[in-house]
Design a protein around this ligand. Sequence first.
Ligand code: PGA
Length: 241
Amino acid sequence: MNVIITKDYEELSEKAFAILRDVVLKKPDAVLGLATGSTPIGLYQKMVEDNRRGGVSYRTVRAVNLDEYVGLSPENEQSYRRFMRENLFDHIDIDLKNTHIENGVAPDLKEECARYDALLRALPRDLQLLGIGANGHIAFNEPGTPFDSETHVVDLTQNTIEMNARFFEREEDVPRRALTMGLKSIMDAKKVLILAVGENKADAVKGMLDGEISPSLPASVLRLHPDCTLIADEKSAALLK
Ligand code: PGA
């Protein structure tokens, strides 16, 4: 794994944008695997500012997102579909028809997972962007998720529910289940870019790089990826040698 340590979030977002920009400039119809959460917001702001200034165009880019809460419709304010529109898609020249995410209100979730797997096979990702959970999860693949997993329904751990409660009015409002790309789905991307910010990610970053490669720390699987880059700010990298 390539490791880049930055002094702060601003520099991390700039470096992440440089990598993403390179992928899209080389291949204007690139498939980008995108992520939600606080971590990528700085990168998305860079994309928006640059696009507004007439920089990189996303007109022919395709986007597939990692995960979505079960039970939240695309219009729901807390849905990841809505997050992507508010933080990125509505402010760049991407065609919404080319943006994909699991349907959290599909009547048959198993069928929805199969549909999404077929979509991922049809749209091989040139770049997969990831954050990391304090427990080492990537997307909603919690500790214990098999490395060969594809899109599946997960019961969120208490830890993840508490972490995500900040986006909701009350903790009880956080959905208990989600649809997520699996670890195999993530590993299938040609290139992976994982971002880590803040001291509460330091244990997970240390475990990912220096611990055992094991489902007990899902992000450790990325050490088996031939082209994975971690960009970590100094706080999240504090425990690295
Ligand atoms: P965060 O979440 O970006 O909001 O810290 C990352 C994650 O849980 O994967």
